[in-house]
Write a protein that binds this ligand. Sequence first.
Ligand SMILES: [Zn+2]
Length: 168
Amino acid sequence: MDYTSPYFWLLFAGAVGFLVLRNRKKNGPNGLPPKPPVFRERATLLLSPLSKTTPLACLLDDQKKFGSFFQDKTPPALPHEPGCLCHVQEFTADTGLLFKGQTEPELGGQSDLGGLTPTERRYYKYRLIASHPQATKAQQSQFAELAQSLNLGTEFIEKIKTHLEEKL
Ligand SMILES: [Zn+2]
């Protein structure tokens, strides 16, 4: 190999340039991993009002999202069963937010306890499932655990407990 030959250096520069470009492509323009592409798509959100008479199927599907981005592609036929008051709402799903672990802001919903914050509402729903006569033992313990994992004041927890123990 003739290191003084201009062809050698031309070839060398070409090889270095190729490697730099290839690396850039792999890591994005700032040397950072490329961002996943963002897609937006219409999706469906199922909502159920919460009460002590809400059927179990409605409680389990409440606030579930349906669409090609989600585990469940199409919403169930409504009503779920007699007593179902579920309805669906369209929204735009954004993969950019999904990748960051964020989904759309949680919507509050109607309940027989009036206005609840999203976390309070979630707690109430988990408790309703955990104490639902049709829930399996596994569901009961799973949702009781989920309820326990939420950070809520003892006052609110007592209020729900009393409410659930009251006869209809
Ligand atoms: Zn329903």
